[in-house]
Design a protein around this ligand. Sequence first.
Ligand code: SF4
Length: 370
Amino acid sequence: MDSMYVHIPFCNRICTYCDFNKVLIKNQPVDEYIDALIKELGQYDKQHLKTIYVGGGTPTALTVSQLDRLLKFMTEHFTVTDEFTFEANPDELTTEKLDVLNHYGVNRVSLGVQTFNNDLLKVLGRTHNFDDIFKSVNHLEKIGLTNYSLDLMYNLPGETFDDIDMSLKYVKELQPKHISWYSLIIEPHTVFYNKIRQGTMSIAGSLEEGEKYDKVIAGLDALGYPQYEISNFAKSEYESMHNKTYWLNEPYIGAGAGSHGYTGSARYYNIKPVTHYINNMNEQGSVVKEQLELTKNDQYEEEMFLGLRLNKGVSEVRFNEKYGLPVDAVYGDVLKKLTEKNLLKRKAGHIYLTEAGRMIGNDVFMEFLL
Ligand code: SF4
């Protein structure tokens, strides 16, 4: 394995749109969780990894000593050669916590900014404000950790096109190396979902959402951040190596409550609730809830779904090397149909979505179901 994801399922406040595996940190057995996580990580062989990504939840919700304990173990057990990313909330990235991350070799930070509009930040239920974003970036710059990503969202309730212009203006000012800019998805079991059902809140329809997406892509491109994945943009040499592991459908370790991993032929899923995770680790020595063996057809489908998210698309040579047969042997008819409809293109050994295809990406992906 070359990559590992580690999940910290705690947050200082629960955002109104969030359906990730997380709990309010107050009164949670956080130290016991770190102990269990260290036990889980210790079950893997000591090894070199190209990338580690610590996400959540909010990893920066941990205290300085909790961060220190976790990172000490992780870096003694695993060596990271290329990219070591930590997710952070702007108001939690204190100099003390940054010093710990820096000490253990974290070399990339993914900053959960979401929007620069304070009113929208309140609607989202975020704990940070506009000033916190600039303070945290200053802290990062001060210690020389300049490889950071700003995570943004669009199509928020009450958001205007001017809000997108405002975000683009601050991207230009801050010059991060990477931007993730996702459209808000209304997930069940969230405050937003209930408000929309009750008719007390609304978001723009798909036409306006598409216009905003176009504005994001064009605006970032003009600032020197070409799109490389449906929702991701980067300066040259700064595409996220870790996330490309997922899109290139390569194996990775998943550790922590609710995380999942991929062996190359099976996907495994860890137990989600924090207390069950801790108890299972302590009593049974395992936190895997289920392991799904993938059929060859499952693997072909995933290769296409994931790879087509990348602007470069799916490499025909890699497909052949991985599965021992040309992609046309599995998808010849589908590829012909979608290229004739101008939803896909084939060029220089790659299959990728056209602009029209990207607008209806999910419909295109469905065509690859076997
Ligand atoms: S901080 Fe992130 S993980 Fe936590 S509730 Fe908000 S969006 Fe969800």
